[in-house]
Write a protein that binds this ligand. Structure first.
Ligand code: NAP
Length: 309
């Protein structure tokens, strides 16, 4: 495998794979270091119905498989490994995995974000069996059930409102007695007759035999414990951008990589970023793909300018 590359892409969700399609078609022979859990958040999704071009929807993993094949068709090389360190202090840049080192004239970062989890007993075991981090993806499976949503931000209320389309009742459990969500979302949720709130409370356990049956709650003010029956628990306590590799190398804000307003360039010229590691606002496959396209075009122009200069 060639060790000096024009473009190294780190991460293989919709942003990275779209960047790969564009960079490969520009003859830049990109290397994609795709991570050992390749494909990003869509690999944890079932049906995707809002990605344009798929009239009847498509399964998340299949969409990623198709994007990967498309990127490969134009000459993207894939390495299934995690990046362990980067050095952006001098150009060309250095990108290392556990046993290989690459020199890159430009880098596109598309490492995505991960949903934050509660870390309580039962959560991991029941993930995909009633515990979910995505109402849009899984809400459909909870018709006429009573559901819990954990969190007090816009995501939690958005999920709760969305879930009322299917559920018989949605209870939002929040650790404080004031919501962090925007006023408009608060008004909508508080006025929705299918939504109840349990304040000042946290989940201490999610239980069920192969399938969520309910949760144990603790009131953080009084210490009182109780149980609540539920067919599903939606954890909506935010996302963590996968950016720890870049701390001290790139400008970050709240963990998200900061890019220039007019494009995808980071605080280091020649290093570009796209998708959920940058974007906390939209977080959609299609917006990530769009940013991936932008990053590849930005990288191509950067390389051309270097060459001309
Ligand atoms: P967020 O604003 O960070 O809210 C996370 C919520 O989860 C907070 O209420 C927080 O409680 C709670 N939380 C965090 N860790 C917890 C834990 N370990 N146990 C229990 N509760 C915990 O995250 P978000 O709602 O995902 O929103 C992220 C950004 O996207 C925000 O800027 C938001 O406005 C935006 N967004 C906008 C929309 C929209 O406009 N339609 C929709 C979704 C997201 P505390 O309040 O006590 O900290």
């Amino acid at each position: 495998m060639e060790k000096t590359r024009d473009v190294v892409i780190i991460g293989s969700g919709p942003a990275g794979l779209t960047a790969a399609v564009y960079a490969a078609r520009a003859n830049l022979q990109p290397l994609m270091i795709e991570g050992v859990e390749a494909g990003g958040q869509l690999m944890l999704t079932t049906e995707v119905e809002n990605y344009p071009g798929f009239i009847d929807g498509i399964m998340g993993p299949e969409l990623m498989e198709r994007m990967r094949k498309q990127a490969g068709r134009f000459g993207t090389e894939f390495l299934t490994d995690n990046v362990t360190s980067v050095d952006f202090s001098t150009s060309p840049f250095e990108v290392k995995t556990s046993d290989q080192s690459f020199t890159a004239h430009s880098v596109i970062i598309s490492t995505g974000a991960s949903a934050r989890m509660l870390g309580v007993p039962g959560e991991k075991e029941l993930l995909g069996h009633g515990v979910s981090t995505c109402a849009t993806c899984d809400g459909f499976f909870f018709r006429d059930q009573e559901l819990l949503v954990v969190g007090g931000g816009d995501s939690a209320l958005e999920e709760a409102i969305f879930l009322t389309k299917f559920a018989s009742k949605v209870t939002v459990v929040h650790r404080r007695d004031t919501l962090r969500a925007s006023k408009i979302m608060q008004d909508r949720a508080l006025n929705n007759p299918k939504i109840d709130f349990i304040w000042d409370s946290v989940l201490t356990e999610i239980f069920g035999n192969g399938k969520v049956a309910g949760a144990r709650l603790k009131n953080v003010r009084t210490g009182d414990e109780s149980e609540i029956a539920a067919g599903g628990v939606f954890v909506a306590i935010g996302h963590t951008p996968n950016s720890s590799l870049f701390e001290g190398q790139l400008e970050l804000s709240g963990g998200y990589i900061v890019t220039k307003r007019e494009g995808t360039e980071t605080s280091v010229p020649g290093v570009f970023a796209a998708g959920d590691v940058v974007d906390f606002r939209y977080r959609q496959a299609i917006t990530a793909a769009g940013m991936g396209c932008m990053a590849a075009i930005d990288a191509e122009r950067y390389l051309e300018a270097q060459h001309d200069g």
